[in-house]
Design a protein around this ligand. Structure first.
Ligand code: SF4
Ligand code: SF4
Ligand code: FES
Length: 394
């Protein structure tokens, strides 16, 4: 997995993460200090404490200055000037993935371990609400695994690895649970435009959404938005409840097709604390009526939305797409198999955001940014994501 600046560093990837408990010199001293700072005397976290990258015990070392005058080392070992910047020092923890022992950096999630140290099958753990450039949301539960001693299945994307953990990824219980998650979603949500991986997982896990009956009729425009929490109609028992409703088109830049929304919360977090800090959208309603909404269900132009499009960038099911993509799909002129992607640098300002220009039939149809780009972490502003028409007009 690529380091994105969010979440833990991948195992063995950084100069700041020792490969083993046998670390030397200043690092060893720092490790001892790290344990004391945690005040739990062992290699694992305190009970109940998350140990993903954002919550790991901060290193007490911080910027370290090795004083040339007092280091006592050979001249070439002394630092002439300036601090040595050290990141948080983390140990390695050992755990078993389907009976095979692996070692990962403390703070890694089980999904990190599966991606970095797992077999191809283990690394192919399905995910919906997880993204490499976001903090774990832990909403969809399609990534569950069994952990020895745990009563319930655990979400691999959010559970931190612990020493001695025994993880099982391909048991009947795991496969059944993943199938149910995908199947219930597919019974109520249009998953046709979910990613290729999601489509493949649905096949791999034998999803048969049709066994819940034919879908109920779609809601009228705005009907689901007007529903009040706690006021539910009894299902008719003959049809599968559905979130089908008309597409919301109220601006020139992107459309919201909530009949494809699985309530993964990625857009909410991208608009909020994961990237944009605009908080233009949130979850409204309860239970099956839960939906993503602007404040007071206002149209986007009347909401706090600044059209960064970061919600589009993370949506896993095609519920949020650019206006142009929507139009081309409606015209049956959408050709992903012909799409080329060219990486360039945004020319609007001096920040240096990488842009990926998605081109179909000699037309830029979408702009994204790599999730592992150190400047953007996959997120853009309105100019980078939508301001490309001047290029095409040449
Ligand atoms: S476009 Fe940006 S500001 Fe608007 S809802 Fe999406 S993430 Fe929030
Ligand atoms: S609109 Fe997309 S990103 Fe937002 S909750 Fe629905 S599926 Fe997830
Ligand atoms: S991907 Fe892990 S809970 Fe959604």
């Amino acid at each position: 997995m690529t380091t994105t600046g969010k979440g833990p560093a991948p195992a063995g990837s950084g100069s700041t993460a020792p490969d083993d408990r046998s670390i030397d010199g200043a690092s060893e001293a720092a490790e001892g200090a790290d344990v004391r700072a945690g005040d739990h005397g062992g290699s694992g976290p305190p009970p109940g404490e998350r140990t993903d990258g954002d919550t790991a015990v901060p290193s007490p070392v911080g910027p370290t200055v090795l004083d040339p005058a007092s280091s006592g080392g050979k001249p070439e070992e002394r630092l002439a000037t300036g601090p040595v910047m050290l990141g948080p020092i983390r140990r390695r923890v050992s755990l078993e993935l389907d009976g095979r022992e692996v070692r990962v950096t403390e703070g890694s999630t089980i999904l990190d371990a599966l991606h970095e140290q797992g077999t191809p099958e283990q690394a192919d753990t399905p995910t919906l609400c997880w993204a490499p450039n976001m903090d774990p949301i832990n909403a969809c539960r399609v990534c569950v695994v069994e952990v020895e001693g745990s009563r319930a299945l655990v979400p691999s994307c959010a559970r931190a690895c612990e020493d001695g953990m025994q993880v099982r990824t391909d048991t009947e219980k795991v496969r059944h649970s993943r199938r149910m998650v995908l199947e219930l979603l597919a019974s109520s949500v249009d998953m046709d435009r979910a990613s290729v991986d999601v489509q493949r997982w649905m096949g791999d896990y034998g999803v048969d959404a049709g066994r819940y009956g034919p879908p109920a009729p779609p809601a009228a425009a705005g009907e689901r938005d007007r529903r009040h929490a706690g006021h539910h109609h009894a299902p008719d028992g003959a049809t599968a409840a559905t979130v089908a409703q008309p597409v919301k088109i109220d601006n020139d830049l992107y459309v919201r097709d909530y009949s494809r929304c699985i309530m993964c919360y990625k857009c909410v977090n991208a608009c909020g604390t994961d990237a944009q800090f605009t908080f233009a959208i949130a979850a409204a309603g309860r239970g099956f009526d839960a939906r993503i909404a602007t404040e007071f269900d206002a149209p986007l132009p009347d909401s706090a939305c600044v059209y960064c499009g970061n919600c589009i960038g993370v949506c896993p099911t095609g519920a949020l797409v650019s206006r142009r993509e929507h139009e081309l799909r409606e015209e049956d002129d959408w050709h992903p198999e012909e799409e080329t992607v060219t990486t360039t640098i945004c020319s609007f300002c001096g920040v240096g955001c990488n842009l990926e220009l998605h081109v179909q039939q000699n037309e830029i149809v979408n702009v994204t940014s790599p999730s592992d780009h150190s400047v953007t972490h996959g997120h853009l502003c309105i100019k980078g994501r939508f301001g490309f028409q001047h290029v095409q007009n040449f």
